[in-house]
Ligand binder design. Structure first.
Ligand code: HEM
Ligand code: SF4
Length: 574
């Protein structure tokens, strides 16, 4: 480790509150890219500079610049969209993007393939329906997630209210976004004006993620995030307060044992009126205590490991002026979505659809993008993006149910998927993500087909088993909390992790390295066979793997890397 501040710290400091030379760079027509420093800053505006990696070899041969384009991530607290907003995003994707929309694991929408000259038009169209991409990426608080909760309307109302308050409170105050993308006038600040009272000039050491969960559903994967609120629900369905979690995070680097995924600790209990104060205090302690020298050690999870939870809690309580209570009991049952119709306590109906890996497009599975557009045109109850990359058609009146279900069914959005596929997620990876070491979204469906065949042979098709894949160890689809986790190592090769808890409370552990397709199927097949024979009543695959001694249970933090046994027989010859 060095004593030097990381390069990103200097870029942020010199950026004049996230402006950099973005406005000038946009006018530069000679390249589809922007300069490297601005590429760091543009993340705070919700965008990533990417290039189509499928086209790299051909363009290199022709001595052409890479096929640069931007990914835009919209800010959608709790994943709640009006039908009009859905239609606008769908239109923007077709007018300016790759044509498709990507529902993400953090309840937002990503649009890919927007070229530099179309960025402003795209963001203006998004702004016209009261959405934006402010702080959707970057070293700052990102999209705040919230349980979708179709069946507990009273608790959902309170949970989404908290998610929105935290989101609003932690927004950056700089007018840079409006100035650069929406042609706003530059607002001159007075001498000594505090532009960012919460963040300061250098924002946070790293990304920061907040979620709100309502038991028994842990669909938001509360333990995977920097800051979480777990609703404590009273007998009448009302929320009496929140357990506060801190220090979860997924990313790590292959082969670097001092980087690891971590499940959050429960720090204590707070009342609703104190929840936003607590959020601000957690953010400012991390702002001041987080590591700004090594970005690989800069997330809140490492601050908590290094300083200890007690010291962190004491500082948060002091800054917030709030004493946290003892955490209250709660029970999570799963991290998955409840598909099909559900009725809320207010009598309104909601339909949860399965969108494979969150990719909204017309494909061999069905004309899904067209179908969702048709539904949005006739339905004004709104949409909710789930934390599992799926979609809820919310508040459907009885008179509309038959027709909406018919449209969804015809498009394959209600197909009778296996228990494994229903609980699957894959990150985007190739061709857009510059960090991908292996395929993910484009490969997982085929792997599932092969695994489904084996599961069917054992009579396990209907059993819920959580499987998640990512193209690199950054962990965007939260693979370390999956009963079967697959993490890209190199082209066509994956590390296999087993033994996570079905309710999202325990991480998995490395079981085998560098497996190709045949290796993954061959590794899992005997485990499925043993599971079906030996499992106890109601025992989940992840719990079974530990009880049967297939894998050691992962404790927290660095223990993720401990007790890994890789018998030579399990590692394929290279
Ligand atoms: C730690 C380092 C990480 C880096 C550098 C990183 C970077 C990226 C990049 C470049 C993309 C864009 C891929 C594309 O759309 O082409 C992406 C997607 C995404 N990331 Fe990450 N990521 C990291 C970790 C995480 C984690 C831990 C989570 C969630 C807990 C997460 C959530 C997402 C989501 C929701 C997407 C959208 C696609 C999807 O649904 O998979 N990221 N990330
Ligand atoms: S996990 Fe890695 S490959 Fe997948 S989207 Fe995230 S950064 Fe890209």
């Amino acid at each position: 480790m060095t004593d030097e501040l990381s390069r990103n710290e200097r870029i942020k400091e010199a950026s004049d509150y996230l402006r950099g030379t973005l406005a000038e760079g946009l006018r530069e027509e000679i390249t589809g890219a922007i300069i490297e420093d601005d590429a760091q800053l543009v993340k705070f505006h919700g965008m990533y500079l990417q290039d189509d990696r499928d086209l790299r070899p051909e363009r290199a041969r022709k001595k052409m610049e890479k096929a640069f384009a931007f990914m835009i991530r919209v800010r959608i607290p709790g994943g709640v969209l009006t039908s009009q907003q859905w239609l606008a995003l769908d239109q923007v994707a077709r007018d300016y993007g790759s044509g498709t929309m990507r529902l993400t694991t953090r309840q937002t929408v990503q649009l890919h393939g927007v070229i530099k000259s179309n960025l402003k038009a795209t963001l203006k169209a998004i702004d016209a329906v009261l959405l934006n991409s402010i702080a959707a990426c970057g070293d700052i608080n990102r999209n705040v997630m919230c349980n979708v909760l179709p069946e507990q309307s009273r608790a959902h109302a309170a949970a989404i209210a908290l998610a929105r308050s935290v989101s609003d409170h932690l927004l950056p105050r700089t007018p840079a976004y409006r100035e650069i993308w929406l042609d706003g006038e530059r607002i001159a600040g007075g001498e000594g004006e505090v532009v960012e009272p919460i963040y300061g000039k250098t924002y946070l050491p790293r990304k920061f993620k907040v979620v709100v969960a309502v038991p028994p559903s842990n669909d938001v994967d509360v333990f995977a995030h920097d800051l979480g609120y777990i609703a404590i629900v009273g007998d009448a369905g009302e929320i009496i307060g929140w357990n506060v979690t801190v220090g979860g995070g997924m990313g790590m680097t292959h082969g670097e044992l001092d980087t690891y995924p971590r499940v959050a600790d429960i720090m204590g209990f707070c009342k609703t009126e104190d929840a936003v104060k607590i959020a601000e205090a957690v953010v400012t302690v991390q702002r001041d205590w987080g590591d700004r020298k090594s970005r690989k050690h800069a997330r809140l999870k490492y601050t908590i490991e290094d300083r200890g939870l007690d010291a962190f809690r004491a500082e948060v309580e002091q800054r917030a002026g709030v004493k946290l209570g003892a955490a209250k009991p709660f029970t999570f049952s799963s991290t998955g979505d409840r598909y099909g119709w559900s009725e809320g306590t207010d009598g309104r109906s909601h339909l949860t659809l399965f969108v494979q890996n969150g990719r909204v497009h017309d494909s061999a599975l069905g004309a899904q993008q067209t179908a969702l557009r048709t539904i949005a045109q006739r339905h004004d109850g709104g949409f909710r993006i789930t934390p599992n990359q799926n979609l809820v058609i919310a508040n459907v009146p009885t008179s509309e149910q038959t027709e909406i279900e018919r449209i969804a069914r015809e498009a394959g959005l209600l197909a009778p998927w296996s228990g494994l596929r229903r609980n699957s997620m894959a990150c985007v990876a190739l061709p857009t993500c510059g960090l991908a070491l292996a395929e993910s979204e484009r490969y997982l469906p085929d792997l599932l087909t092969a695994l489904d065949e084996r599961l069917a042979a054992f009579g396990l098709s209907a059993d819920d088993i959580v499987i998640r894949m990512t193209g690199c160890p950054n962990g965007c689809a939260r693979p370390y909390l999956a009963e079967i986790g697959l993490v890209g190592k190199g082209p066509g090769r994956y590390n296999l992790y087993l033994g996570a808890a079905f309710d999202g409370s325990r991480m998995n552990k490395l079981y085998a390295e560098d497996l190709d397709h045949a290796g993954i199927v061959a590794a899992l097949d005997p485990l499925f066979a043993a599971y079906v024979k030996e499992r106890q009543k109601g025992e989940r695959f992840g719990d079974y793997a530990i009880r049967a001694g297939i894998i050691a249970a992962s404790g927290n933090g660095a223990d993720f890397h401990a007790n890994v046994r890789l018998p030579p027989a399990r590692v394929p010859a290279r």
